[in-house]
Design a protein around this ligand. Structure first.
Ligand code: DX5
Ligand code: ZN
Length: 222
């Protein structure tokens, strides 16, 4: 049995009932909470900031996987660690000194992730892949939930998987955007380890069952 992970994205939760939706994920087969922070500069949207994150992590009982869609993320690495982030993912496109940023994230005791926009090639990670705990491949343009999955993602996943094997790295491959039962199995077959799902989970009639469905689709006897 392989162990593929499911990370519901709280961006699609009901913000007026956040605690209810967090408990729902706590009581599900989900593995991580995916938490999206946007600054209205790196992406044309603002999600929520530090006080809300602090309120969220008080209730979560699973890994807090924080995805920063912000410019100059170095400013807040320690802050996010203090607020309960277990993983901190920064965008490749937002970091001039990516190697330094990753070391700073790890120095705060967090796993370090790098996110790639749909137009950013996997090959740019070749000289840093062994320093990255998680690569987050964006399968939509970051900034909004509920967008359509970009098909070129499968090719990027296979290319990254090959790079990880060649370099003998232990990096996890996470996919974010437009994930559903339509593409989950194919993504895992291409080499994905973690699937983020926002709308597909929270806009469904029974989110707990939907998480279970994703878990079953991606975890099967080899
Ligand atoms: C988009 C965010 C995603 C988003 C995914 O910028 O990074 O995590 O919540 O939402 P869905 O699954 O609805 O595409
Ligand atoms: Zn995200």
């Amino acid at each position: 049995m392989n162990n593929k992970l499911i990370a519901p994205s709280l961006l699609a939760a009901d913000f007026a009932n956040l605690q209810r939706d967090i408990e729902l994920v706590n009581n599900s087969e989900a593995d991580w909470f995916h938490i999206d922070i946007m600054d209205g500069m790196f992406v044309p949207n603002i999600s929520f900031g530090m006080p809300v994150l602090e309120a969220i992590t008080k209730h979560t009982t699973k890994v807090n996987d924080v995805h920063l869609m912000i410019e100059n993320p170095d400013r807040y690495i320690k802050t996010f660690a203090d607020l309960g982030a277990d993983h901190l993912t920064v965008h490749y496109e937002a970091c001039t000194h990516l190697h330094r940023t990753l070391q700073a994230i790890k120095a705060e005791g967090m796993k370090a992730g790098v996110a790639l926009n749909p137009h950013t090639p996997i090959s740019l990670l070749e000289d840093i892949i062994t320093d990255i705990d998680i690569v987050l491949i964006m399968s939509v343009n970051p900034g909004f939930g509920g967008q359509s999955f970009i098909e070129n993602t499968y090719r990027k996943v296979s290319t990254l998987k090959e790079m990880i094997l060649t370099k003998n790295a232990s990096t996890l491959i996470e996919i974010d955007g437009g994930v559903s039962s339509v593409n989950a199995k194919k993504l895992v077959d291409a080499g994905a380890d973690v699937l983020v799902a926002g709308s597909f989970v929270f806009k469904s009639d029974n989110p707990i069952d939907t998480i279970k469905e994703l878990k079953n689709l991606t975890n099967f006897e080899l």
